[in-house]
Write a protein that binds this ligand. Structure first.
Ligand code: PEP
Length: 255
């Protein structure tokens, strides 16, 4: 399938930044800047406490709101956690699952990522599944193996019909929040490894239709080179998604 036929998605990951008031202000500014930019889907994944303010501020615009995590159980004694139903009933359409910071600091494993992916898809959320190698794995020459393993475990038991609600973000861990961006060639290659893992699971047609983002120090200056690569269908953006003008410039690069 031609890259142009895949849905381009530019998504922000605010992490633990922005109060509800700051969220409203940023989105009010952004919605004006991205008016009429129909060349890509625009998503902001925000802290749970910001969701009501973000949904309100984005209403009637092209900006969709996402969450940064979701629990795999429907309800129960899981203090501090948020269920998929809580998200959908609050107007959330997307959720990030398996971000490397969750894996690194909060005990997320490939198996819990798989459970979260299935719970979120079953609840009707669109999932942005993050996979990526750490620097030691890249230096060992096992990037392809790591990406394929993470992708295959995360998708274990996910039926092909649900792939239309799945996006995978290739995020080399060494490039996240470090200012050390992957070269466009490295991003294209990593995204290609992810796509071939999906092909091994679901076949060529499904793999070619899948949106695969690159994430890791993408900004308004490097976005067009990264997004120009054949396997790069969008971006997951941390730092540069906090400033409306910078994020809007990345949306422009995706048009
Ligand atoms: C991220 O958190 O997913 C990310 C890519 O962050 P940054 O753009 O700041 O590297």
């Amino acid at each position: 399938m031609n890259k142009r036929k895949r849905k381009a998605v530019i998504a922000g990951n605010w992490k633990m930044n922005m109060t509800p008031d700051e969220a409203s202000a940023m989105i009010s500014e952004l919605r004006e800047l991205v008016k009429g930019k129909r060349g890509c889907e625009i998503v902001l994944c925000v802290p749970a406490i910001d969701i009501p303010a973000a949904v309100k501020a984005a209403k009637g615009s092209r900006i969709k709101i996402g969450a940064e995590n979701v629990h795999f159980e429907e309800k129960g004694a899981f203090t501090g956690e948020i269920s998929a139903k809580m998200l959908t009933s609050s107007g959330v359409e997307y959720v990030i699952v398996g971000h490397s910071e969750r894996r690194q600091y909060f005990g997320e494993t490939d198996e819990t990522v798989n459970r979260r992916v299935k719970a979120a898809l079953n609840a009707g959320l669109k999932v942005i599944l993050c996979v990526g190698e750490v620097l030691a794995q890249r230096d060992l020459g096992i990037t392809a193996e790591v990406l394929k393993m993470q992708t295959k475990i995360a998708l274990n038991g996910v039926p092909a019909e649900q792939l239309e609600n799945l996006i995978i973000a290739y995020e080399p861990v060494w490039a996240i929040g470090t200012g050390r961006v992957a070269t466009p060639e490295q991003a294209d290659e990593g995204n290609g490894f992810v796509r071939s893992a999906v092909e091994e699971l679901y076949g060529k047609k499904a793999a070619e239709a899948l949106t695969v983002q690159y994430g890791g120090s993408m900004n308004e200056k490097n976005a067009s080179d990264l997004l120009g690569k054949v396997n790069v269908d969008g971006g997951l953006i941390g730092g540069a998604s906090l400033v409306a003008s910078k994020f809007a410039a990345i949306v422009d690069a995706a048009q």
